[in-house]
Design a protein around this ligand. Structure first.
Ligand code: ADP
Ligand code: GLC
Length: 503
């Protein structure tokens, strides 16, 4: 029998309300998939201006007095757009009603009061999680995501009766680290300040609060779950993660198959399916036109989209362009982030006119057109907890070329003699994060692209038929929730008994 569970999904971004990267995509779609499996999932977000504008029909359900805020914090309730998921917005105008990026100022530096902003968000979540907000609604499981919600499991751990907690690590290298003195400035319980608590080499770590105190920990792919237990990927937290390994597992991200669907995508030139793949060429020509590249069907067009940060390996791409562009290859790059990388990309585009087109900025619609119009999609990430663009690429018949790490390793099957023969290949996977390895993989892809077309289309179609929509992964989250609920009810039964005997 399916038992309906109450889940509070806590996140600092959710598409289409607010998105800076993959966390936004996941938070905008996973709660709906969990709800579709018969659960009461409610999503809580800070009330950023963009969220307030887009979420209609909001009503105030509570006005809270919380430590860390001179003004009352209102909890607004509405509906997540296009879904039956209840949305709560934590409205603390001084903290969250700021235009622009949720985490950084226009010059790219962090908002100086991020510790106070997200600590307040976390306290509001604790109030919601303990039934103090919405006519006593109490979740059985509180599902936190990344450092911005890391203090929630820590704060809840201090309470005698509390819901179960799950903490999902989307990216271990963003830790929410602040000076040690922040603990007292924020008025956090001193009991949390231990080596196996929120203290990290003398600093306060929000992320560690999640990892140390949550009842269960997940990451967004099985390979990344193993990688983060090693010094190379553990960001100094590998010891704690090894210690908690029996509570840690990887659940691969799914994708929103309504938003990313070449058959219905409102952003692309011409819709297509596995049966009308000839129209992919129309999207390629349109993308070449849009990005100022020659409309050459024979040139292999490689796409790349991403945050311009060290993780994504754009610097490695830049280093191999001189050896790539003597070949009939074009590249279309969309990204924003590190200013130095932005400048290097723009200057490379000047050196390779007609072969490298670069668009600096954040452009959701262009991202869809690059996925639809490219022949291949390059992701040379140094590490990648899951990665979503390779999933979108597979669905759009755009062959991924990826570094064997994290979720990239778990989702792309390299083309070799065996996988070509048994039709399981979906892309090109390389072993090391070096310019040479990236170049070789691109040239391997080019040779295949130029060989018999029927082979190329087979590779494309195999990828398009892989199913990375949420259903399977959402079911795995539900299994984790169910195990947590069972464990919690067993743990709390004796507590309740003791309390009733004492009373
Ligand atoms: P990460 O979360 O590390 O940034 P993911 O691959 O999980 O990486 O998700 C990135 C998401 O952000 C994808 O939906 C991608 O298309 C989108 N994205 C990243 N940079 C841009 C950009 N400059 N313009 C539009 N979309 C972008
Ligand atoms: C992070 C990771 C990315 C992952 C995304 C969503 O930002 O860098 O690999 O896909 O979160 O989980």
């Amino acid at each position: 029998m399916m038992i309906r569970m109450e889940i509070l999904f806590c996140t600092s971004e959710a598409y289409p309300l607010v998105k800076t990267g993959g966390l936004g995509d996941v938070s905008g779609s996973l709660p709906q998939a969990i709800s579709a499996l018969g659960n009461d999932v409610r999503l809580v977000l800070p009330a950023y201006p963009a969220a307030l504008e887009q979420a209609g029909g909001l009503e105030t359900v509570a006005s809270l007095t919380l430590e860390g805020s001179a003004e009352a914090v209102n909890i607004l309730k509405g509906q997540f757009p296009g879904s039956d998921v209840v949305l709560y917005l934590v409205d603390a105008p001084v903290m969250f009603r700021r235009a622009g990026n949720p985490y950084v100022q226009d010059d790219g530096s962090d908002w100086p009061d991020n510790a106070a902003r997200f600590a307040l968000f976390n306290r509001a979540i604790v109030a919601l999680a303990t039934g103090q907000v919405d006519a006593g609604w109490r979740p059985q499981v509180v599902h936190c995501n990344d450092w911005q919600t890391g203090l929630v499991p820590a704060l809840l751990s201090q309470l005698p009766a509390r819901p179960a907690t799950l903490f999902t690590v989307h990216n271990l290298s963003y830790q929410g680290l602040f000076p040690g003195s922040t603990l007292s400035t924020l008025g956090l319980p001193s009991a949390l300040w231990t080596m196996d608590g929120v203290e990290f080499h003398g600093q306060l770590s929000f992320l560690k609060g999640g990892i140390a105190f949550a009842d269960r920990i997940t990451t967004v792919s099985p390979t990344y779950a193993r990688e983060i237990c090693t010094p190379a990927f553990g960001c100094g937290l590998e010891g704690l993660l090894q210690y908690r390994a029996d509570r840690l597992s990887g659940i691969l991200n799914g994708m929103d198959c309504n938003v990313w669907d070449p058959q219905n995508d409102p952003h692309i030139e011409k819709h297509y399916t596995v049966h009308t793949l000839q129209y992919k060429a129309v999207n390629k020509a349109a993308l070449q036109r849009e990005m100022g590249l020659p409309q050459d069907a024979q040139a292999m067009l490689i796409g790349h989209i991403g945050r311009l940060v060290e993780q994504k390996g754009v610097d490695l791409i830049l280093e191999m362009l001189g050896d790539l562009f003597p070949h009939p290859v074009q590249m279309a790059v969309l990204g924003s982030g590190d200013e130095k990388l932005e400048r290097r990309l723009v200057s490379a585009a000047g050196r390779y006119p007609g072969q490298l087109a670069v668009q600096i900025g954040y452009d959701e619609a262009l991202a869809h057109r690059i996925e639809a119009g490219s022949d291949c999609f390059l992701m040379p990430s140094r590490y990648e907890p899951c990665g979503l663009n390779q999933l979108y690429s597979l669905r759009y018949g755009t062959v991924p070329i990826v570094h064997r790490t994290g979720g990239l390793a778990d989702t792309v099957t390299d083309l070799n003699d065996k996988s070509a023969r048994d039709y399981t290949a979906t892309g090109f996977v390389f072993e090391t994060d070096t310019p040479e390895a990236i170049l070789n993989a691109c040239l391997r892809a080019l040779a295949y692209f130029q060989s018999a077309r029927v082979n190329w289309w087979k590779l494309v179609i195999t990828g398009m038929k892989r199913d990375f929509c949420w259903t399977a992964s959402a079911a795995q989250y539900v299994d984790v929730y169910r195990a947590l609920c069972q464990h919690q009810s067993q743990a709390q039964a004796p507590q309740a008994l003791r309390a009733s005997q004492a009373g």
